[in-house]
Design a protein around this ligand. Structure first.
Ligand code: ACO
Length: 338
């Protein structure tokens, strides 16, 4: 018998402040039409103004829900993996902050800094830890508070309109079984040549003055995420089909074996281009970016939680594929069977 990594429970946390595209037009020169046409996004949720809420706080709420569905107490967790590009503080990692908020004393916690591919790296890492025997009950969290770090002026509009806050959590457990279930295969990639196509530069340890205090005028933009949108878009629509073929070659599976695909929610147009290029039935692709914007490491676990709530998946034998591309560049895919 072999150890298989199975999902025991999922949960999500969405902050209460609904921000529509029209709300954004009061902060910057943009329009509902521009945003919807290019990205599919209609609205997103941000942490309420003035509230002190970090990635680990949203992560905590999502974790409690996932733990409840799994029937686990926090003490049952033997490893925490926390994926975020918007950690509560510069260091230590949000996994440590979540660990103590869960009331745990010495449970190990690992942060993953792989942006939009963060959940895929986390799931693949959890699977490897479980199969190696290092841990057996792992809490995976993807959580982001983007809103406190966006340039909400016209200067930053190309990025600011895309991102939303949120968290998703998944409890995974190793089980001994001969059945072909759980995480069936993972494929991960990175190409650091694309790093500056999507990045937040400051604070930067590579600078003699990491904090770069005293910047003025447009130099302030170095504290905000910057993106070469067209480069990211073009690379994503090339890499997503590539990694799909790679994971199918690895597993001997085809699209007919997959019941539902969960692409990272970066841009509805990217996912539609992927679907059309791969000639996949539209109904096989789960999208919810219209409601949440791009929640980066949280997007896939939020989507998974929603699809389970809607009973779209979860029956024994249902097979799903996660796929994503994002900053780094990083990209990857995981196939999972219930
Ligand atoms: N509202 C109105 N106008 C805008 C906005 C806005 N929010 N943002 C940019 N514009 C303007 C630009 O200034 C430009 O004006 P100009 O023609 O007068 O110069 C015009 O709109 C077109 O700008 P482009 O950048 O060429 O627009 P494009 O069609 O490429 O769409 C977009 C931009 C939506 C960002 C697209 O490139 C994209 O989605 N890229 C991929 C982004 C992505 O997937 N990111 C995910 C990774 S996230 C992660 O990993 C953390």
């Amino acid at each position: 018998m072999m150890k298989k990594t199975v999902i025991r429970g999922t949960g999500k946390a969405i902050p209460s402040r609904l921000v529509t595209n029209n709300d954004l037009t009061k902060m910057m020169d943009t329009s509902d039409e521009w945003i919807q046409q290019r990205t599919g996004i209609k609205q997103r949720y941000w942490v309420p103004e003035g509230e002190i809420m970090g990635a680990s706080d949203l992560g905590l709420e999502a974790s409690h829900k996932a733990l409840e569905k799994a029937g686990w107490k926090p003490e049952d967790i033997d490893f925490i993996i926390f994926a975020t590009l918007s950690p509560d503080i510069f260091f230590p990692g949000s996994g440590c902050l979540l660990q103590t908020k869960l009331g745990l004393k010495s449970t190990p916690a690992l942060d993953i800094r792989q942006q939009c591919t963060g959940f895929l790296y986390s799931l693949a890492t959890a699977d490897a830890y479980i199969k190696s025997g290092l841990a057996n009950k792992i809490l995976i969290v993807g959580a982001e508070v983007h809103s406190s770090g966006l340039d909400k002026t016209t200067r930053g509009r190309d990025v600011a309109v895309l991102f939303g806050d949120g968290a998703g959590a998944v409890c995974v457990e190793g089980v001994d079984t001969d059945e072909n279930i759980g995480v069936l295969a993972s494929v991960l990639h990175a190409d650091g040549k694309g790093a500056d196509a999507l990045m937040t530069e400051l604070p930067a340890s590579r600078l003699p003055d990491r904090m770069a205090l005293g910047l003025e005028g447009d130099e302030i933009a170095r504290y905000y995420p910057v993106m070469n949108g067209q480069s990211v878009f073009k690379t994503a629509v090339r890499k997503l089909p590539e990694v799909t073929r790679e994971i199918f070659a690895k597993t001997g599976m085809t699209i007919d074996d997959i019941d539902l695909i969960f692409p990272h929610q970066a841009n509805l147009r990217i996912n539609q281009a992927y679907q059309q290029f791969m000639k996949i039935d539209e109904a096989k692709i789960f999208n919810n970016i219209q409601k949440y914007g791009n929640t980066t490491a949280a997007s896939i676990p939020i989507a998974l939680d929603e699809a389970l709530e809607q009973n779209l998946i979860g029956k024994q034998g249902d097979t799903i594929m996660f796929i994503g591309f994002g900053a780094g560049f990083t990209w990857g895919s995981v196939i999972y069977r219930f």
